[in-house]
Design a protein. Structure first.
Length: 619
């Protein structure tokens, strides 16, 4: 312990001086703090009343500053997503007017298909009075458009929900099947190539054995053919000399000209075939030898025919002073000798051909069988190559489809599907509008006073009121209003609506659209379109001309759909619809797909479920 204490002491004079200097500096600081504290205490003792007043004033000021500057807690205003019926309406101010007689006419031209009323009939609002021939076509278009809406909605829902696990499992199984098929095709190819190689080797061996065994026979073929065909050619030349003598030429040409022509043609053809056979090369295998003998046999046969015809020419030529019996017999014997020589050559060639065929028959059978195996294995190899190419393509396709199913739908795909749904809705509305144009309905209850239409008759122009239906309404009152350019595309004939008159603030009077002006009217410098509605019941006793009120025309309906307040809908930087949900006390923004919009609410096709808490406003 003493040693440790000694070790801590300074070992040099410089260190001792340095330590003393540090101690003096620390002492100075401590004394300064002591004197400053003493002065403050003296001041506080003398001025305690002033300090108390300052403290009392500063305390509330500090509190107010903290309250004003503290971060304000967010206030979240929410609504609950509901499921129900949405009504899209067009609102305007309407005025009660008086129109008792109604001229009803199709808004388009066409041929009347059915007239369902007669003059004097009592009709109800919405009752069909007449139809055009195109009604069935337009009804079919409405059905098709509705089917498209349902199909595109299903496609959209499928994209939003994503691929089901069962579909991914099926895609994986298809990929596995394609891989197995590809491996089987590769195995088949390897087997076919091995078998083909063995068959080709065996065929080559058989050909070598046949050539080696038949070498002697093949070698003798060339010399035999040369010898025998040359002999036949010599015989034909001798016959030429016979027919070139003056006696034979004069006698034969006069009495046997036709037979002589036959001889000359046959003899010329025989020489050509013999020349072709003799000009061929040497036989190197039994196949070439067989071909050469076959060609030589044909040449010898033709030569034999020529000699036979020559003999018949001499025999058929009658005797004359110049062509005596002695001369005739001499030439007959001469031609007979050549005929015998040619026949001998033909027999030799035929015998050689048959002998070679017999000698090669055993080899030919084995070679033909092996050639068949080679052809078969080539077919199997080619089919396996084709199968491999096909299965590789199919495998790539199935793998790409599997990857696509696993990846799920992109936002752009969902947006595109939503656009198709919207277009399908628009097509359905257009189809309904076209259908309404070919069906003439009673706008109100009343009685038909005139029916100037007949089945099969042309309706005439829109301004031609000679071909129309006139009716007297039970109630002479109607409502007239003007709709803006934005609202007029939504309004269609026979749509329902209601008016709340200023005179009857707690009562709704139901009506239906009966007239829509095709041209705009300028009101206060703004183009607007006049619409007339007919009351659904007789209100003549309680209404007065000129009464006004707020009209709501129901232009579209969505039943059993999820909807939220329109204020909750937002758009991101890409223009996609989003919404904020309150989940476990946290505000979470999600993408959504919207449908029909009303003045207050918006239909939600996907992204929000019934009962979800949606954020309308964050303060």
């Amino acid at each position: 312990m003493v040693k440790n204490a000694l070790d801590k002491l300074p070992k040099k004079d410089s260190e001792i001086k340095k330590n003393k200097k540090s101690e003096n500096h620390a002492s100075s600081i401590i004394m300064g703090i002591f004197h400053f504290t003493k002065k403050i205490l003296v001041f506080a003792k003398r001025r305690w009343i002033l300090l108390s007043i300052c403290f009392l004033v500063a305390l509330p000021v500090i509190g107010i500053a903290y309250f004003l500057l503290a971060p304000e807690k967010q206030e979240v205003i929410t609504e609950t997503a509901k499921r129900g019926t949405l009504l899209q309406t067009v609102e305007a101010v309407g005025t009660v007017i008086s129109e008792k007689d109604l001229e009803l006419k199709f808004p388009i031209t066409g041929v009347v298909d059915e007239l369902l009323i007669e003059e004097g009939d009592d009709v109800e609002a919405g009752q069909i009075l007449a139809t055009l021939r195109s009604t069935k076509t337009y009804r079919a278009e409405v059905s098709a458009a509705y089917a498209n809406v349902q199909a595109f909605k299903a496609d959209l829902q499928e994209l939003v929900e994503g691929t089901r696990p069962e579909e991914i499992a099926i895609a994986q199984a298809e990929v596995a099947n394609r891989r197995a098929s590809l491996e089987l095709a590769r195995t088949t190819l390897a087997s076919a190539e091995a078998n083909l190689k063995r068959s080709e080797s065996k065929l080559e061996q058989l050909l070598k054995e046949a050539s080696a065994s038949l070498t002697g026979d093949i070698t003798s073929v060339d010399s035999l053919v040369l010898q025998k065909l040359s002999a036949i050619e010599t015989s034909l030349n001798i016959l030429d000399d016979v027919f070139a003598t003056t006696i034979i030429e004069n006698s034969v040409e006069f009495h046997s000209a036709r037979l002589l022509d036959s001889y000359k043609n046959t003899q010329r053809e025989a020489k050509q075939i013999i020349s072709s056979a003799l000009s061929g090369g040497y036989s190197t295998d039994y196949e070439m030898a067989l071909d050469k003998l076959t060609e030589a046999q044909a040449a010898a046969t033709m030569g034999s025919s020529a000699v036979e015809i020559a003999y018949q020419v001499i025999v058929s030529t009658p005797l004359s002073n110049y062509f005596t019996n002695s001369i005739k017999e001499t030439y007959k014997d001469k031609i007979a000798d050549e005929r015998s020589a040619v026949q001998t050559s033909l027999t030799s060639i035929t015998t050689e051909l048959e002998g070679l065929r017999d000698a090669t028959e055993g080899y030919r059978t084995g070679i033909a069988a092996e050639e068949g195996l080679v052809t078969s294995q080539q077919g199997l190899r080619d089919k396996a190559l084709t199968d491999i190419s096909t299965y590789e393509t199919l495998l790539l396709t199935q793998e790409a489809q599997l990857a696509l199913k696993k990846a799920g739908a992109r936002d752009t795909d969902i947006q595109s599907a939503q656009a198709r749904v919207n277009k399908a809705y628009a097509d359905l509305q257009r189809a309904n509008a076209r259908l309404e144009d070919v069906i003439l309905k009673a706008p109100i209850d009343g009685r038909i006073t005139k029916a100037n239409l007949k089945t099969g008759e042309f309706t005439g122009d829109f301004q031609d009121f000679d071909r129309s239906i006139t009716m007297l309404g039970d109630s002479p009152y109607r409502v007239e209003l003007y709709a803006s350019e934005i609202d007029i595309p939504k309004v269609q004939f026979t749509q329902s609506g209601a008016i709340e008159l200023d005179a009857y603030p707690d009562r709704d009077f139901w009506m239906s659209v009966s007239e829509i002006d095709p041209a705009a009217s300028i009101i206060d410098g703004v183009p607007k379109y006049r619409i007339k509605l007919d009351f659904a019941e007789n209100v003549e006793d309680i209404l007065k001309i000129g009464m006004t009120g707020d009209v709501d025309i129901i232009t579209d309906v969505r039943i059993n759909v999820v909807h939220v307040p329109g204020r909750a809908i937002m758009k991101d930087k890409d223009g996609n619809y989003t919404i904020r949900l309150l989940i476990d006390g946290e505000v979470v923004e999600k993408p959504i797909v919207v449908g029909m919009e009303t003045d207050t609410d918006v239909e939600i096709i996907s992204g929000v479920d019934e009962g979800d808490t949606v954020v309308v406003l964050v303060k």
